[in-house]
Design a binder for this molecule. Structure first.
Ligand SMILES: Nc1ncnc2c1ncn2[C@@H]1O[C@H](COP(=O)(O)OP(=O)(O)O)[C@@H](O)[C@H]1O
Ligand SMILES: O=C(O)[C@@H](O)C(=O)COP(=O)(O)O
Length: 418
C-alpha cells in the first residue's frame, strides 16, 4: 500500500479528510502548514498537510501546494490527494483548477479526477452538476458565500473557466457499469486530451468504484468522500481514533462561518448558551476596544458551559460590511478579530474549542500556534474532535466546516469528549 500524501486547501477540510481516512482504517497524521523538518518516525498510512490556500491569489496557492507536495514526496508518499471543499469553493480565477494543474505538472501525470461528492453530508454530483441535499449548488446558500459565491452548479463548465487544459465527465451511467468501464472511460478521456475529469457520484458505492477505477492515477482530487472509497481499495490495517487524552479547561465556540448550517447552529445555541455577536462595523471603527469589551463579557463566564462568540453573518450584515470595507478586507478583519480573541482566551485557560468555518479555522489555528492535530472521535460526518498542543498547554479542538453538523451541534458535541 503506498503512503498517501494529502494537501488540503483549508484546515476544516484537513480534519474532514483525516477523519474519513481514519474511518477507512488509515493511520493518519495531520500537520498544519508545510513543516520545517521531516516527519517524526511513526508508522502512518496517510499524511495530511493542511494549508490555508483556498481564498488566496492562485499563484500563492500553487506555490504553497507545490511546497507541500515536495515535502510529502520527501516523506515517501507515492499517491497524492488534493482536498478541496465538497461545495467546490472557488472562483473563475481558481484555486482548484490552477493547483490541480500545477500538481499534475510536478508529478508528470497526464490526467486526474475531480470528485467533490460526500454523500453522507448530502453532496452528490449528477451529470456534472453539484447538489447540496436536494438543491443545486447555486441554490443552496453557497451562492451567497462571502469569499467564493458559487453561482454555477455545472462543475465541468466552472472548472473549465479556471484551467488551460480541457475538461471531461465520467457520468452516472458509466459508473453504474462498474469499475472496469469507469477505468476505461477515464483512460479514454485522457487519451482524447481531456485530462481534467469531473466525476458524477450518487452514493458511497460509487466512491468505491471511483477509487478502484483510479487506482493507477498517482493524483486524485476531491472532497473528503473519495477517502472512504480508498479504504475499500487498499484495505489498510484498522486505525482506531479511540479516545483523546483528557484535557481540563473552559469551553468556547468561535464562529466566523457565514454558511447556512452554521447560522442554524448559532440560532439553536443562542437561546441556550451565553452568546456574543461581533458587529463588523464596530470592529472596523474601534478594533481593540471592541475586543476588550468581548473579553470583559467573556472572562467572568468562562467555565464548563461553553460561550459562543460569532460574527454577524446575516446576509444583510455581510453585504453592509463588504460595501463599507471591501470583500477581502471585511473577511480578514473578522478573521483577525476571532484569531486575536482566541489568543486571549487561550491565555485565560480555554482548552475546549469548537471553531466554525474553514477560513476562520485557518486564522485561529495559526494564532494558537498549533503544528499538528491528532484525530479523535467523530461528532458528525466530516467533523472529528482533535487534540493539539499549544504553548499554554493541550487542548481539544473541533474544526467545523461551515455546512456540516446537526443544528444542535454547538450544545451536543461536548458530551463526546467529556
Ligand atoms: N459579517 C461579515 N461580513 C463580511 N465577511 C464576513 C462576515 N462574517 C464573516 N465573514 C467572513 O466570511 C468568511 C467565512 O468563511 P469561512 O470561515 O471559510 O466559513 P464558511 O465558508 O462556512 O462561510 C471569513 O473570511 C469570515 O471572516
Ligand atoms: O469538504 C467540505 O465540505 C469541508 O471539508 C470544507 O472544506 C468546508 O469548508 P468551509 O465551509 O469553509 O468550512
Amino acid at each position: 500500500m503506498p503512503l498517501i500524501g494529502c494537501i488540503a486547501d483549508d484546515f476544516t477540510g484537513g480534519t474532514d479528510l483525516a477523519n474519513n481516512l481514519v474511518k477507512s482504517g488509515f493511520r493518519t497524521r495531520q500537520v498544519i502548514g508545510v513543516p520545517d523538518s521531516e516527519s517524526p518516525n511513526e508508522a502512518v498510512d496517510a499524511v495530511v498537510v493542511a494549508l490555508k490556500s483556498r481564498s488566496i491569489p492562485a499563484a500563492d496557492a500553487v506555490s504553497q501546494s507545490l511546497a507541500a507536495l515536495e515535502w510529502l514526496r520527501r516523506q515517501g508518499c507515492e499517491k497524492f490527494y488534493f482536498k478541496y471543499c465538497s461545495t467546490f469553493d472557488s472562483t473563475p480565477a481558481g484555486n482548484i483548477g490552477p493547483v490541480a494543474e500545477a500538481l499534475m505538472d510536478a508529478l508528470g501525470v497526464d490526467g486526474t479526477l475531480f470528485c467533490p461528492a460526500f454523500p453522507a453530508t448530502g453532496r452528490t454530483v449528477y451529470q456534472g452538476h453539484l447538489f447540496v441535499g436536494d438543491r443545486l449548488l447555486n441554490d443552496s446558500g453557497m451562492e451567497q458565500h462571502p469569499l467564493n459565491p458559487m453561482r454555477d452548479a455545472d462543475l465541468v463548465r466552472w472548472l473549465g473557466r479556471q484551467t488551460q487544459a480541457a475538461t471531461g465527465l465520467v457520468d452516472h451511467a458509466c459508473l453504474s457499469r462498474g469499475e472496469a468501464a469507469t477505468r476505461e472511460r477515464i483512460d479514454q478521456l485522457i487519451a482524447e486530451g481531456r485530462p481534467l475529469i469531473v466525476t458524477d457520484t450518487l452514493d458511497d458505492a460509487q466512491l468505491t468504484t471511483l477509487a478502484r477505477a483510479s487506482a493507477h492515477l498517482p493524483l486524485v482530487t476531491g472532497g473528503s468522500g473519495l477517502a472512504l472509497g480508498l479504504g475499500a481499495l487498499y484495505q489498510p490495517a484498522v486505525a482506531d481514533p479511540g479516545q483523546l487524552p483528557p484535557v481540563q479547561g473552559s469551553a468556547v465556540i468561535l464562529a466566523g462561518s457565514a454558511s447556512r448550517r452554521t447560522r442554524e447552529q448559532i440560532e439553536h445555541a443562542t437561546t441556550r448558551l451565553p452568546t456574543y455577536t461581533l458587529d463588523p462595523q464596530r470592529l472596523a471603527d474601534a478594533f481593540d476596544a471592541t475586543l476588550d469589551a468581548v473579553m470583559a463579557w467573556a472572562a467572568p463566564q468562562l467555565g464548563d458551559t461553553p460561550l459562543l462568540i460569532h460574527s454577524d453573518t446575516r446576509p444583510e450584515a455581510v453585504e453592509a460590511a463588504q460595501a463599507q470595507l471591501g470583500v477581502e478586507a471585511a473577511g480578514a478583519l473578522i478573521e483577525r478579530a476571532l484569531a486575536t480573541l482566541a489568543e486571549r482566551l487561550l491565555a485565560q485557560g480555554v482548552r475546549q474549542w469548537i471553531v466554525a468555518g474553514g477560513e476562520t479555522s485557518g486564522a485561529i489555528v495559526q494564532a494558537l500556534g498549533i503544528a499538528a492535530l491528532r484525530i479523535g472521535p467523530e461528532i458528525a460526518p466530516g467533523v472529528p474532535w482533535t487534540h493539539a498542543t499549544t504553548a499554554e498547554g493541550d487542548i481539544h479542538l473541533a474544526l467545523k466546516s461551515g455546512n456540516f453538523g446537526a443544528p444542535e451541534m454547538f450544545t451536543s458535541a461536548w458530551e463526546i469528549i467529556r
